[in-house]
Ligand binder design. Structure first.
Ligand SMILES: NC(=O)C1=CN([C@@H]2O[C@H](COP(=O)(O)OP(=O)(O)OC[C@H]3O[C@@H](n4cnc5c(N)ncnc54)[C@H](OP(=O)(O)O)[C@@H]3O)[C@@H](O)[C@H]2O)C=CC1
Ligand SMILES: C[C@H]1O[C@H](OP(=O)(O)OP(=O)(O)OC[C@H]2O[C@@H](n3cnc4c(=O)[nH]c(N)nc43)[C@H](O)[C@@H]2O)[C@@H](O)[C@@H](O)C1=O
Length: 314
C-alpha cells in the first residue's frame, strides 16, 4: 500500500473507521476516501456501484456495519442481519468489479460457536451453534467471511477477513440501551456519580468473561495486516486476556471514582459465557497490542467527558 494509493474507509465516522483513518493519516497516507451514510447509503447497490466506478479505490477497509451491544442485537434482529448482509455484499461485489487491489473485511468474535473451546481458534468457525442474542449479526458476519473467500477462490481477489474482539475507545457509542458493555458502564458510573445515586445496575449475573481491545490498537493491527497479510485464513485480533463483567465494572467504577454499590439485573441476558480469542496467529504475524485495559478505560473516559461536555454545551 503506497502513500499515494486511494484508500476507502467504509464507516469512517464510527469508532473503528475513525481510528483507522487516524492511523493512516499519522503514517502519511495522502488519499483517503470517505463517505457518511447520509452521503452514501451502503445498502443501496446502485449507489455503491456508482461510487466505486467513480472513485476506483485501490484499498478498502470495510468497517461500516450495523453495530451494537447484546440488547440491540437481540432487539433489532432483522436490521442486524439485513443491513450487514446488504452492505458487505454491495461493497465486496463492487470491489471485485472495480478490481480493488485489496479489501479487509471486519468480522467479530461473535462468529464463533457459543460453547467453542477457549481460547477461540479461527478453525472453530461453524463447528457448533451460535449465541442466540447475536445470531443474526453473527450470520451476517459469517456470510461476509464466506463472500471474501468465494471471491478469492473464483476471481483471485485479495480480500482478507479479520475478527476483532470486543472493542472500546475514542468515538465509542454511549447509547444507554444499544451500546456495548464497556461504554455503557462508563456512562452509568459517571451519571450515577454526578447524580449521587447509591447504586449502579449491571445487566446479567456479572459472571460472563469478555476480552477488550482499545480501538486505536485495533486500527494499528488492521493497517499492519493490510500491509503484511494476504492469506485466506481468518485472523483473530485481541489481547489474549479477559475478565468477568463484575471485574470490569469494578475497574470502571475505580476509573470514574464512583463510590456507590453494584446491583445485578439478572432479567437481562448474559450472552456468551466467554469469548477469549486465540491470538497466536496474530502474534506469529508480528503484531501485539500495546494499550492495557485500565490505561484504555482512562482514555475512553476522558473522550466521553469531552464529548458529553460538548453535547451539554450544545
Ligand atoms: N465495537 C465493537 O466492539 C466491535 C466492532 N466490530 C466491527 O467493527 C466495525 C466497526 O464497528 P464500530 O466502529 O464499533 O461501529 P460504529 O457503530 O461506531 O460505526 C459504524 C459505521 O458504519 C456506518 N454505517 C452503518 N450503516 C450504514 C449505511 N447503511 N450506510 C453507510 N454507512 C453505514 C456508520 O456511518 P455513519 O456514522 O455515517 O452513519 C458508522 O460510521 C464493524 O464491522 C463491527 O462489526 C467487531 C468487533 C467488536
Ligand atoms: C462485540 C460483541 O458485542 C456483543 O456481544 P456481547 O459482548 O455479549 O455484548 P455486550 O458488550 O453488550 O455485553 C457483554 C456482557 O456485559 C453485560 N452487561 C452488563 N451491563 C451491561 C450494560 O449496561 N450494557 C451492555 N451492553 N452490556 C452489559 C451483558 O449482559 C453481557 O453479559 C454483540 O454485538 C456481539 O455480536 C459482538 O460482536
Amino acid at each position: 500500500m503506497k502513500l499515494t494509493d486511494k484508500i476507502y474507509i467504509a464507516g469512517h465516522r464510527g469508532m473503528v473507521g475513525g481510528a483507522i483513518k487516524r492511523r493512516l493519516e499519522t503514517l502519511g497516507y495522502q488519499h483517503i476516501i470517505t463517505r457518511s451514510s447520509a452521503e452514501l447509503d451502503l445498502r443501496n447497490q446502485a449507489s455503491v456501484n456508482a461510487f466505486f466506478a467513480a472513485e476506483k479505490p485501490d484499498y478498502v477497509f470495510l468497517a461500516a456495519a450495523k453495530v451494537g451491544g447484546i440488547h440491540a442485537n437481540n432487539t433489532y434482529r432483522a436490521e442486524f442481519l439485513y443491513d450487514n448482509l446488504i452492505m458487505e455484499a454491495n461493497i465486496i461485489h463492487a470491489a471485485w468489479q472495480q478490481q480493488v487491489t485489496k479489501l479487509m473485511f471486519l468480522g467479530s468474535s461473535c462468529i464463533y460457536p457459543k460453547l467453542a473451546p477457549q481460547p477461540l481458534q479461527e478453525s472453530s468457525l461453524l463447528t457448533g451453534p451460535l449465541e442466540q442474542t447475536n445470531e443474526p449479526y453473527a450470520i451476517a458476519k459469517i456470510a461476509g467471511i464466506k463472500l471474501c473467500e468465494a471471491y478469492r477462490d473464483q476471481y483471485g481477489c485479495n480480500f482478507i477477513s479479520v475478527m476483532p474482539t470486543n472493542l472500546y475507545g475514542i468515538g465509542d457509542n454511549y447509547h444507554p440501551e444499544n451500546s456495548h458493555v464497556l461504554p455503557a458502564l462508563i456512562r452509568k458510573f459517571h451519571e450515577a456519580k454526578e447524580a449521587g445515586k447509591p447504586a449502579v445496575t449491571i445487566w446479567g449475573t456479572g459472571t460472563p468473561k469478555r476480552e477488550f481491545l482499545y480501538a486505536d490498537d485495533l486500527a494499528d493491527a488492521c493497517v499492519y495486516l493490510m500491509l503484511h497479510y494476504d492469506g485466506k485464513e481468518l485472523v483473530n485480533i485481541g489481547t489474549g486476556e479477559d475478565l468477568t463483567i463484575r471485574e470490569l465494572a469494578e475497574t470502571v467504577k475505580e476509573v470514574v471514582c464512583y463510590e456507590g454499590n453494584l446491583e445485578f439485573d439478572t432479567s437481562m441476558p448474559d450472552g456468551t459465557p466467554r469469548k477469549l480469542m486465540d491470538v497466536s496467529r496474530l502474534h506469529s504475524l508480528g503484531w501485539k497490542h500495546s494499550t492495557g485495559l485500565k490505561e484504555g478505560i482512562v482514555m475512553a473516559y476522558a473522550d466521553y467527558l469531552k464529548k458529553s461536555r460538548l453535547t451539554l454545551n450544545a
